[in-house]
Design a protein around this ligand. Structure first.
Ligand code: NAG
Ligand code: NAG
Ligand code: NAG
Ligand code: NAG
Length: 418
């Protein structure tokens, strides 16, 4: 945990985090009480830029490193060795879990009475077949309100008796593309079988989760607000919401209805057809991804965006410089005006239904680490005929609280200034 603490950009927040972590460690004990919410520290693998949480599974419990994949239909882990957990159970073909998986994940096969399900790897999208099992999961519960003092106090560890996972072998395609050291996928999709839905059913809290990620680390919450990781209180304070759109061809993924992109309030002219989902083939629209590092835009949108941004920047006397791969639009850092609140630069917002705006670019997430003399836009050309026109990647929601609410079918977002 020490390594997690020392790499962060935001020292004061990190110190608070370590402080709270030490409290919850000292008070932790196992229980099966109904928690208000669960919290997991998140770490980022520097080479794949995937975010990972640690889940305790089985009896005795073993720590599993799971990659966060928003589109994943079900959680799955590597199961190469003989299972030694005393609470490990194969999911039977005739069980309710097997029919639930058939309904929400894919067709099931009966493999020596074991429920085997067709699914796909959310990173490579390659199909694979995976046996189901269930086991105990232990997690840290966070923050319940003390009825006497009304204070929010860290909760004990809690146990879910039977969370179903896919049981993959290293030889299958299920583990291609995963960060080194990862044991599987967290499976956070809009499926009744996802880790989110299963934890919610087991602990009787709402089917939702929240992410707050920085360059190196972050937090993930399951269940109820407040999402407290720091003494500052609820990270979701002042949150805005936008409804999810269902993509009939990719129902497990999180699409939102981006209607426009604007820079300093001025809307960029783009082909509107690209922003809607083609109901016949699922092409187009905008989705959120934890696997994609930089936000990608279909070529014509990307070109219009970069050229409009450069124009706005030049009007502020910010000069463009030769780019450094993989970035395209980079600017001379010494030409930015530094104000008391930080850098003065053009801000980019997404226009959403009901006049809601999501500020997706400001000084929080303009890239500074290529060269100390340069700041670059963390956006990539997504190509001419991509499946999804805009894929909002990690770079865009750094230091932003995102809440994925299945029940209310909406995305909450709250960008934080640093
Ligand atoms: C509580 O859970 C965390 C992570 O899940 C673990 O590191 C810790 O050892 C557990 N504490 C106890 C007392 O079981
Ligand atoms: C807008 O995009 C759609 C979908 O790719 C395409 O069929 C159409 O020709 C485009 N319109 C213009 C004016 O480029
Ligand atoms: C940009 O530079 C020009 C020439 O030095 C100056 O006249 C203008 O006021 C500057 N604009 C801004 C927005 O700082
Ligand atoms: C960046 O701007 C500074 C100050 O205007 C200038 O001295 C420097 O040469 C510029 N660097 C590049 C790479 O253009």
């Amino acid at each position: 945990m020490a390594s997690f603490c020392c790499f962060s950009l935001i020292q004061f927040l990190v110190l608070d985090f370590c402080f709270l972590l030490s409290i919850s460690n000292s008070q932790a004990s196992s229980s099966s009480a109904r928690p208000w919410s669960l919290v997991f520290p998140v770490q980022r693998d520097p080479s794949t830029l995937q975010h990972i949480i640690q889940l305790s599974q089985g009896t005795p419990s073993v720590t599993k490193n799971l990659v966060l994949a928003l589109g994943g239909e079900l959680p799955y882990v590597r199961c190469d060795q003989r299972q030694t957990s005393s609470t490990f159970r194969s999911v039977d073909c005739k069980s309710p879990q097997c029919s639930l998986a058939t309904k929400y994940v894919g067709p099931a096969m009966c493999n020596k009475n074991k429920c085997s399900i067709q699914t796909s790897n959310p990173i490579t999208h390659s199909p694979n077949e995976i046996d189901l099992f269930s086991d105990v999961v232990t997690a840290r519960s966070r923050y319940s309100q003390d009825p006497k003092s009304q204070e929010w106090i860290p909760g004990p560890n809690v146990t879910a008796p039977a969370i179903s996972f896919g049981c993959g072998t290293t030889a299958s395609d299920a583990f291609n593309g995963l960060a080194k050291g990862a044991d599987g996928m967290a499976g956070l999709g809009r499926s009744q079988f996802s880790l989110v839905a299963q934890l919610a059913a087991s602990f009787h809290f709402p089917s939702k989760f929240a992410l707050y990620l920085s360059q190196q680390a972050g937090f993930m919450f399951f269940g109820n607000r407040p999402y407290t990781a720091f003494r500052e209180g609820d990270l979701a304070k002042g949150i805005s919401y936008t409804p999810f759109l269902i993509n009939p061809k990719h129902t497990d993924e999180y699409f939102i209805d981006v209607k426009s992109i604007s820079i300093d309030g001025e809307i960029i002219p783009i082909n509107k057809t690209l922003l809607s989902i083609n109901k016949n083939n699922g092409v187009g629209g905008t989705r959120v991804s934890t696997i994609v590092a930089s936000t990608t835009m279909e070529t014509s949108i990307y070109k219009a965006f970069v050229s409009a941004y450069v124009k706005k920047a030049e009007a502020m006397n910010i000069s463009r410089v030769a780019s450094v791969a993989p970035y395209d639009a980079c600017f001379n850092a010494s030409t930015f005006v530094v104000m008391r609140g930080g850098l003065l630069l053009p801000t980019v917002s997404l226009g959403l239904p009901d006049n809601v705006e999501w500020r997706i670019l400001d000084q929080r997430n303009i890239v500074r680490n290529v060269d100390p003399n340069m700041l670059c836009l963390d956006f990539m050309d997504g190509g001419l005929n991509p499946r999804t026109s805009i894929v909002i990647g990690q770079g865009t929601f750094l230091l932003t609280l995102l809440e994925f609410d299945m029940k209310k079918s909406r995305l909450g977002f709250r960008p934080y200034d640093i």
